[in-house]
Write a protein that binds this ligand. Structure first.
Ligand code: SF4
Length: 284
C-alpha cells in the first residue's frame, strides 16, 4: 500500500502477524478488465522490495508519481481543502486559495493546468456541497486502521482508504471514490470498500459510487450482497496469503526476484513508476 504521495507504507509485520490486502494489492496482482496487455508483476515486486536497482544510489528512492497520479492526488486534496474552508466555495479568490494551499505553482505546467481546471470546475459545481459528509480524506494520510477480516478458515488485515463517505439518507451511507482521467473505474475497488464497510458499519445499508472530478460525472450506485462480500473476502484472503509468501520467499532468496515477480515489458514501461530502476524497462 502507499499513500497518494507515492510513499510506500508497509505495515510492520512484527506488529501485524496476519497477511494483509487492499484494493491496490489486488490490482497489482490482477489487472482491471482491458488492462491485461500492460500489466506487469514486476511492478508489484519493485513496489514491495528495494530490489533490481542497477544503481545503488537508486535504492531507497521514493516511488515516482506519474502525471495523472499527481493530478488525481491534488484534485482530491482540493476537494478536501474546499470543504475544510467552505467559504472558499463562493469566494471570488477561492480557487487561488486552494491552489496556494496545494503549492500548485511549484508543479510542472501540465499538472498545474489540469489541476486548476478541476479546482475551477469544482468551485462552480461542488459535488459534495450540502451533503452530510461522514468521512472526507485529503488522500495523503498514513495507513488507515486495518480491519480484521475472517472468511472460512482464513483471516487477513484489510486496508481501505476511503476518499469520502456521506450519509445519503437516514438508513444509507454512500462511499464516494474520486477519479480523474478517462479510464473506467475498477468495480473491484467498490467491492473492497463495501466489504470494509460491512465490518465498519454492520447495521447500515451501504452503497458505493465513483465521481470523476474532471468530467463531473457520477457512476451508478453499486450495491452488494452477502454472497458477493464473501467472494471478495475469499479472493483477498488468497491474495494476502500469496503476497506474504512471495515476500518471505524473496527475503530468503533475493535471487528469485525475477521468478516471483516476472517482468512484462512494452510500451507501457514509458509510464511505469519504476522504469528508472528496472533492468527490463523497454527501450522506447
Ligand atoms: S519498467 Fe516495464 S518491465 Fe519494468 S517494472 Fe515497469 S512495466 Fe515492468
Amino acid at each position: 500500500m502507499e499513500n497518494r504521495s507515492g510513499e510506500q507504507l508497509q505495515p510492520h509485520t512484527s506488529h501485524i502477524p496476519l497477511p494483509f490486502a487492499s484494493y491496490q494489492l489486488w490490482s497489482q496482482f490482477e489487472p482491471a478488465l482491458g488492462w491485461e496487455d500492460t500489466h506487469c508483476q514486476m511492478q508489484r515486486g519493485l513496489r514491495w522490495t528495494q530490489a533490481k536497482s542497477s544503481s545503488p544510489a537508486a535504492q531507497g528512492l521514493p516511488v515516482q508519481e506519474t502525471i495523472w497520479q499527481k493530478v488525481g492526488k491534488l484534485a482530491q486534496q482540493a476537494v478536501y481543502e474546499f470543504h475544510q474552508n467552505p467559504l472558499w466555495l463562493k469566494h471570488p479568490r477561492g480557487c487561488e486559495r486552494v491552489a496556494d494551499r496545494l503549492y500548485l505553482y511549484y508543479e510542472i505546467a501540465v499538472v498545474r493546468d489540469r489541476t486548476i481546471q478541476i479546482i475551477q470546475q469544482y468551485q462552480a459545481s461542488p459535488f459534495l456541497f450540502g451533503q452530510d459528509i461522514i468521512v472526507l480524506n485529503r488522500g495523503d494520510e498514513r495507513l488507515p486502521q486495518p480491519i480484521e477480516i475472517h472468511v472460512d478458515n482464513d483471516s487477513f488485515q484489510l486496508f481501505a482508504a476511503f476518499d469520502c463517505i456521506v450519509q445519503s439518507s437516514n438508513l444509507q451511507l454512500q462511499i464516494i471514490d474520486f477519479k480523474t482521467g478517462g479510464a473506467d473505474p475498477d468495480l473491484r475497488q467498490a467491492e473492497v470498500y463495501l466489504l470494509a464497510c460491512s465490518y465498519l458499519y454492520p447495521d447500515r445499508n451501504v452503497v458505493a459510487s465513483f465521481y470523476n472530478l474532471e468530467t463531473m460525472t457520477s457512476s451508478e450506485l453499486i450495491t452488494t450482497n452477502v454472497a458477493s462480500l464473501t467472494e471478495t473476502a475469499t479472493k483477498l484472503a488468497q491474495i494476502a496469503k500469496l503476497h506474504q509468501q512471495q515476500l518471505q520467499d524473496y527475503q530468503l532468496d533475493p535471487t528469485c526476484f525475477d521468478r516471483l515477480f516476472p517482468a512484462h515489458s512494452g510500451s507501457h514501461c514509458r509510464y511505469c513508476q519504476f522504469s528508472y530502476r528496472c533492468d527490463y524497462a523497454a527501450n522506447i
